[in-house]
Design a protein around this ligand. Structure first.
Ligand code: NAD
Length: 250
């Protein structure tokens, strides 16, 4: 039990096959009390109920500051303190540079990057007051290699923004005992890519992955567990790749 007695909030954790949901299950297995925050409030409540009565499911649009503030107030009201924040919520859009209109650019940035800022801002004051906290943020291999498989250039830019934001927060809040890290997954089989992957595309992608398979949500959940737990007590400002070797840095 790596998270016994800890409390955690995870954004974007309602969708059944998602990384956030797998993370909430693993955290609960490790003894944490979990708040599932998702734009789909009904699904968030159902997901929390499945974990057990001590968990919480709330509607929260991470791109909306007031929504984040309200969700944080409710989580802190129910749990008293928050030890762990997982900024996982995200959306993508498979378009090319010349097809990106302003509204699409804004929405992709708002959810993927501004959402990390707003939800972190909502919980950081209480973490700072206790001089402890672990925040982990969702980036993507798309940020590192200039495009994944499905994300457009605006998604790469947004996920690269997450890397910079998380590192800056790590620097700023390290003296307050708060760690901030990132996870950069390769292609993980969830609803974000569901139905968009033909057998031929899958085979082509797998050929470029040394470990010879696509990622599973639980592969990423394990890294979030590491970053949330005291096993990573001396790790901050780090980016952990979870891509089966799809991108090996020089
Ligand atoms: P998913 O679609 O299963 O999960 C995304 C969740 O975020 C959903 O529950 C959705 O309702 C929620 N959400 C969407 N907009 C929101 C908002 N404004 N506020 C709150 N919640 C919102 O997809 P997933 O693959 O589990 O994605 C989780 C994260 O992982 C995303 O940030 C995604 O960009 C990132 N990611 C995914 C992959 C992959 O291959 N699946 C790879 C790298 C990074």
């Amino acid at each position: 039990m790596l998270l016994a007695g800890k409390t955690a909030a995870i954004s974007g954790a309602a969708s059944a096959r998602g990384i956030g949901r797998a993370t909430s299950l693993l955290f609960a297995e490790h003894g944490a009390r979990v708040a599932i925050l998702d734009i789909d409030g009904a699904a968030a409540q159902a997901a929390a109920a499945e974990l057990g009565p001590q968990h919480l499911g709330l509607c929260c649009d991470v791109a909306d500051k007031a929504s984040c503030t309200q969700a944080a107030e409710r989580v802190l009201g129910a749990f008293g303190v928050l030890d762990i924040l997982i900024n996982n919520a995200g959306i993508t859009q498979p378009v090319k540079t010349l097809e990106i209109d302003e509204a699409s650019w804004d929405r992709i940035q708002d959810v993927n990057t501004k959402g990390v800022l707003f939800l972190s801002q909502a919980f950081l004051p209480s973490m700072r007051a206790r001089r402890q906290g672990a925040i982990a943020c969702m980036s993507s291999v798309s940020a590192q290699r200039g495009g994944g498989i499905f994300g457009g250039p605006h998604y790469s830019a947004a996920k690269a923004g997450v890397l910079g934001l998380a590192k800056a927060m790590a620097r700023e809040f390290g003296p307050d005992g708060i760690r901030v890290n990132c996870v950069a997954p390769g292609l993980v089989q969830t609803d974000i890519t569901a139905g968009k992957l033909s057998d031929a595309m899958r085979a082509e992608i797998v050929r470029g992955i040394p470990l010879g398979r696509l990622g599973e949500a639980r592969d990423v959940a394990g890294i979030f567990l590491f970053l949330a737990s005291d096993l990573s007590a001396y790790v901050t400002g780090a980016v952990i790749d979870v891509n089966g070797g799809m991108l090996i840095h020089g």
